[in-house]
Design a protein around this ligand. Sequence first.
Ligand SMILES: [Zn+2]
Length: 300
Amino acid sequence: MAWFKKVRKPIEAQADKPSRVPEGLWVKCPTCSKIIYNKDLAASLSVCPHCAHHFRLNATDRLRSLFDDERWEEHDPGLVSIDPLDFVDTKPYRVRIEAGIAATGLKDAIIVGTGRIERLETVVAAMEYGFIGGSMGVVVGEKITRAIERAIERRLPIVIVSCSGGARMMEGTLSLMQMAKIGAALARLDRAKLPYVSVLTDPTTGGVTASFAMLGDVNIAEPKALIGFAGPRVIEQTIRQKLPEGFQRSEFLLEKGMIDAIVDRRELKATIGRALRFGGAVAAAPPVPAAEPVVSITQT
Ligand SMILES: [Zn+2]
């Protein structure tokens, strides 16, 4: 028997009355707990202005943050996975794909486009974590491969921004073979002497780390990003040792020589521009001003 009894009914929430505080206007930083105005956050490329915590950026905002302007051309936006294994775990893979499309407006976990970074014409691929954890299935693999082939064909440098939980296990070995496929395409890019900058963001794990994310001519990470292959628990159980502090974070990987640099997102575009120039990329010629109309004066 309960000791106390609620005599009066609780006040019912007024469901129909709209809240006067608009949703999503303010964001709380998970590191410094300061409240940030949404527009300020967007203006600083989703980096906390107080403590430089890097919030996750979606693929569209990532491309917008790297390209000089809105004039960029998207490639292969229509590729969709066909669920080759008819896979079902806790829910059918088809349902997961549909949920991903509804959540992100994309057909799969990547956007590829060609535009200018610091006036350098560049092919850029940005992964979307919101689509089944940014996992790499056949579509992601194919789009990256085509992006590399397009770069070779047009003699352009390439930048791939990784943000992924790894290979998409719902596509089984077909997702794993993308690692080798992209690796082979990057070898051809290397033979063509074109630069490739890999940007590793939080998180970059599994088959993506084990293939193209670590194959850049320059591998740049964002601060405090989780970068690794297997999860720390699996490693601890396998090697039966306690892992060191900060293991699998950008700073630890830089210290151990796994990556070349850690760059703040606000400096990323300029750094990539410098790396591409160093790799031999040449800026497109500035637009030629319209010629002055020739005025012919005929003297009579
Ligand atoms: Zn903060």
